[in-house]
Design a protein around this ligand. Structure first.
Ligand code: UD1
Ligand code: UDP
Length: 369
């Protein structure tokens, strides 16, 4: 059996790593196609080396561009690779343009099962490019792996047949459980940044709808700074390249109490997430990780496709107005972090491979002889 993977961005590398590793443990041969959507070392290579993944078998080098250009170049390149390699199954993860391109290319080819990991998430905000990507992908693929029963129900409500859907948990739990202890014992980021456990806040903001709008980005920075000042905290902000571009082109002044730094590797970022007093974010993965790690999260968006985090009390959704951000931080600062994470048992990768029928190839061969 052969399993192919299409990935292209930071969160896809992190969330597919447990599945690629599970294939290796089962002696299933893999083909990893990197679209090249992310190409900066700090968003790409660093994760392959730190998570001890082999370099991708193919890198299409598509890079940045308009949605249409990026996606269509990816589809052409992926199709060629899949026609050549004829894998049994193709895995895509999440909601990026790379996810969409992988699903589109593979669902038109015969004899490849297309599987969507982290299916069924819905923000109900169609202005987000990710929301349209998710909907198209979920309706195009053969196998859907939603993280929770709630997301599976959303898929069935959209008319997707139940026999295509299996709840597996989210592979981010596998990744956090795999690396959290290593992060705690090896990362020296607290010392390097001269911050003390529990006495700083962490910010990530990179979503197009937030950072591509000057006023909205300025409001977020102002609101987060006000919330942190009120609690005498400094804020560490590892800046995604999209946000860095916008800070420069909008000529936005970042308030003093927010310290901007380059994007971090996974271990350093996990360390900051688990030791921060509060995390402010518009990231999907960060909402999940803070919930898993027991750190209260304030989400700088008007809605979330991860409502489970709010239901368990780990997250509050505040939007981008400064007063709402300050009020959200007040609400979350007293939280103990003792909620039950809702994203599965940390064996999502194994559940996915079991469901898709990728068994240990050596065991199969041994049984045949
Ligand atoms: C993409 C995903 C988003 C995901 C995010 C993860 C889509 C539509 N968006 O957003 O869902 O949350 O990745 O981080 O797929 N850039 C670099 N170096 C890079 C990559 C990008 O400098 O390696 C800069 C370029 O200026 C580029 C901009 O970032 O134009 C945006 O990159 P792009 O891949 O289009 O979208 P992201 O904002 O990264
Ligand atoms: N992350 C990281 N370094 C950083 C910021 C984030 O390693 O400086 C990781 C984080 O732990 C999470 C993932 O990147 O696993 C989230 O990616 P991002 O926010 O870019 O995308 P989203 O999840 O919103 O699609």
């Amino acid at each position: 059996s052969k399993a192919a993977f299409v990935l292209g961005t930071r969160p896809e590398i992190i969330k597919l790593a447990p599945v690629i590793k599970a294939c290796q443990r089962r002696n299933v041969s893999t083909l990893v196609i990197h679209t090249g959507q992310h190409y900066s070392e700090s968003l790409d290579e660093i994760f392959f080396s730190q998570l001890e993944l082999d370099p991708p078998d193919v890198n299409l080098g598509v890079g940045s561009g308009s949605h249409g250009q990026q996606t269509s170049e990816m589809v052409l390149g992926i199709e060629e690779q899949l026609m050549d390699a004829t894998p049994d199954v193709l895995f895509v993860q999440g909601d990026t343009n790379s996810t969409l391109a992988g699903a589109l290319a593979a669902c038109k080819l015969d004899n490849i099962d297309v599987a969507h990991i982290e299916a069924g998430l819905r923000s109900y905000d169609r202005n987000m490019p990710e929301e349209r990507n998710r909907i198209i992908v979920d309706h195009a693929v053969d196998r859907l792996y939603p993280p929770t029963e709630e997301t599976a129900a959303l898929l069935r409500d959209e008319g997707i047949p139940g026999d295509r859907i299996t709840v597996t948990g989210n592979t981010i739990v596998d990744a956090v459980e795999m690396y959290d202890e290593t992060a705690a014992s090896t990362s020296s980021t607290l010392t390097r940044l001269s911050v003390d456990k529990g006495e700083f806040d962490l910010l990530t903001a990179h979503r197009a709808e937030n950072v591509d709008d000057r006023d909205r980005f300025a409001n977020i920075l102002f609101g987060v700074a006000a919330a942190a000042r009120h609690r005498n905290n400094e804020v560490i902000y590892p800046v995604h390249p999209r946000a860095a571009d916008r800070l420069e082109s909008f000529d936005l002044a970042v308030p003093d109490c927010i310290r901007t730094i380059d994007p971090l590797d996974f271990f350093d970022f996990l360390r900051l997430e688990s030791t921060a007093s509060l995390v402010f974010t518009d990231s999907g993965g960060v909402q999940e990780e803070t919930c898993i790690l027991g750190t209260p999260c304030v989400t700088l968006r008007n809605g979330t496709e991860r409502p489970e985090t709010a239901f368990v009390g780990a997250n509050c959704i505040v939007g981008h107005r400064p007063d709402d951000i300050v009020a959200g931080a007040r609400r979350m600062e007293s939280k103990s972090g003792e909620w039950e994470p809702p994203f599965g048992d940390g064996h999502a990768a194994e559940h996915i491979l079991d469901d898709v029928g990728l068994e240990d190839q050596h065991a199969e061969r041994r049984a045949e002889t």
